[in-house]
Design a protein around this ligand. Structure first.
Ligand code: FJE
Ligand code: FE
Length: 322
């Protein structure tokens, strides 16, 4: 407790009030006593918008959050039914992480990769210098998350790569009414097998009514949560007396060295959210749709490469998904 107060005071200024409130409220709880949560600095409701071919996504992170949440570029919660989907389109300069929550998504690319991921499975795709692919739904209802993670300038033009994880490859831990699936990084003593070029933590938490967690996050990293399911009054983030956050909201955490605390204050419903954090890259971001580079000149070059089938887009002229 004492260490926490010293650290809170050393930050001074704007955040100290919130931290001190936090410490007081935590002194009555047992498991979070030694922790001070990062404060919540922004909440964003993920509004519906059209994407792909007839698909609708909830966009939780977009350009307006990119500065606060470097290295993250986009977070979409998708719910898509055939014939809608995401037909042939390119990517360059970043990674896409697709986490299926319900149904299945089939992926095909211009290098002959093909596969379907179902509920609980993850595809961690490094687009690098260039991918053209389609992502199409398999069943009646297909839901999930797609996160875009930037690559540093020296990795933007690397060879594309896939890490595909079946739900059975994703380590899971359970303790005191808290379940965590470790998609990337480490939590509750278990570690994901995913290799993250941009250091990233991606955790899927389910808290039973009354449960709480404190998750450490490296000090220099940016962090946010996205609420998937919450009962009324359930999802409380950052400070135990802050107002509850409902489903389809992004909660952006401010800086701090301890990590984040979350409470499920609902008496009957579970709370499910993903906690995502990453090491900021600190480089300029110039985005043109599915191309993310550091300068406008690199974007112009990318559009030319895609158009003429060069520098990684060689197969663009010949390939169509089946
Ligand atoms: C797309 C740019 C895109 N959100 N969520 C342009 F990024 C996409 C695209 C997606 C996407 C795919 C999945 Cl599986 C989930 C997503 C955007 O693929 F279709 C176009 N046209
Ligand atoms: Fe894509």
């Amino acid at each position: 407790m004492r260490a926490a107060i010293i650290r809170a005071n050393s930050l001074g200024g704007l955040f100290s009030f919130k931290f001190i409130r936090n410490i007081k409220s935590m002194s009555s709880s047992s498991s979070s006593q030694d922790f001070v949560s990062r404060p919540v600095i922004k909440k964003v409701f993920a509004k519906l918008q059209k994407e792909g071919d007839g698909a609708v996504v909830r966009r939780g992170i977009s350009r307006s959050e990119q500065k606060l949440l470097d290295p993250f570029l986009m977070l979409d919660e998708f719910s898509v039914s055939p014939p809608a989907g995401f037909p042939d389109h390119p990517h360059r300069g970043f990674e896409t992480v697709t986490y299926v929550l319900e149904g299945g998504i089939t992926h095909q690319d211009f290098k002959g990769h093909k596969g379907t991921i179902y509920a609980g499975d993850v595809q961690w795709m490094t687009a690098g210098r260039g991918i053209i692919h389609s992502e199409m739904p398999e069943e009646e209802v297909n839901k999930g998350l797609q996160l875009w993670i930037n690559l540093s300038s020296n990795e933007k033009m690397i060879e594309p790569n896939y890490q595909e994880l079946s739900h059975s490859d994703i380590p899971k831990a359970e303790q005191n009414g808290v379940e965590v699936k470790v998609i990337a990084g480490e939590s509750m003593g278990i570690q994901s097998p995913v290799y993250t070029r941009t250091p990233t933590m991606f955790l899927d938490f389910t808290l039973q009514p009354g449960a709480q967690i404190h998750q450490n996050v490296p000090e220099s990293w940016n962090a946010f949560a996205y609420v998937l399911e919450s009962g009324e009054g359930g999802g409380v983030f950052g400070s135990s007396n802050s107002s509850p956050v409902s489903a389809h909201n992004v909660v952006v955490f401010g800086p701090g060295n301890d990590g984040v605390s979350v409470w499920n204050k609902s008496s009957s419903k579970k709370l499910r959210f993903v906690l995502i954090a990453g090491e900021p890259i600190g480089e300029p971001v110039v985005q043109y749709g599915p191309f993310v580079m550091n300068t406008q000149a690199e974007i112009d070059m990318t559009i030319e490469d895609y158009h003429y089938g060069k520098n990684g887009f060689e197969m663009a002229k010949y390939w169509r998904s089946q």
